[in-house]
Design a binder for this molecule. Structure first.
Ligand code: FMN
Length: 172
């Protein structure tokens, strides 16, 4: 059973052959700009939810958890997402502000990792985010919180067919 599952996993497709080029030396210096370019590439390649990422958080004892979220914006405050303050991740961020985001776009063989400390944005900004949801019915949600992750490090990763994968790491 386990052997056949192992064989099945090993037989699954790898990255596509026709991967895009990536030259970090010629890339936009501003990571937000580079991310926006890569997001456009992802949309053009048919990636369905390129703004979805996994967010890893940890409690005060270092127990880690992760889940998928939607990116709301990138600006001077940081890389923004929203969730209920009363959720598990909300509690973990209150105990320990350090978190890590991971975007993965298989069609392009691209991964983007962003790690740093998370802060809460204003009640006004949080309410505006709640109201702007497609499912908004005009009701308020006092637990809804907009957060911003201020990057300490970012890595743009490009898979290559020759396996010399490219890692473009920035530390702030
Ligand atoms: C693609 C995708 C996007 C999601 N986006 C959000 C989001 O933006 N905010 C949110 O609170 N939950 C979002 N969720 C649900 C979370 O993954 C998670 O189940 C929920 O927030 C509870 O997480 P927690 O118990 O770790 O706090 C999304 C799930 C998926 C699969």
């Amino acid at each position: 059973m386990s052997d056949s599952f192992r064989a099945r996993l090993r037989a699954l497709p790898d990255f596509p052959e026709d991967l895009p080029d990536f030259d970090p030396a010629a890339a936009a210096q501003d990571p937000a700009e580079l991310f926006r370019q890569w997001l456009s590439d992802a949309l053009a390649a048919g990636v369905r939810q390129p703004h979805a990422f996994s967010l890893a958080t940890a409690d005060a004892d270092g127990h880690v958890s992760s889940r998928m979220l939607i990116l709301k914006d990138i600006d001077d405050d940081g890389w923004q997402f929203a969730t209920a303050r009363t959720s598990r991740k909300g509690g973990e961020l209150a105990e320990n502000p350090n978190a890590a985001m991971n975007f993965y776009w298989p069609e392009l063989g691209r991964q983007i990792r962003v790690a740093g400390a998370v802060v809460q944005l204003s009640a006004e900004a949080s309410a505006a985010d709640w109201d702007a949801r497609p499912a908004s019915d005009g009701s308020s949600n006092p637990a809804w919180q907009l957060y911003a992750l201020k990057p300490r490090e970012i890595e743009f990763w490009q898979a290559r067919a020759d396996r010399h994968h490219i890692r473009h790491r920035m530390v702030f």
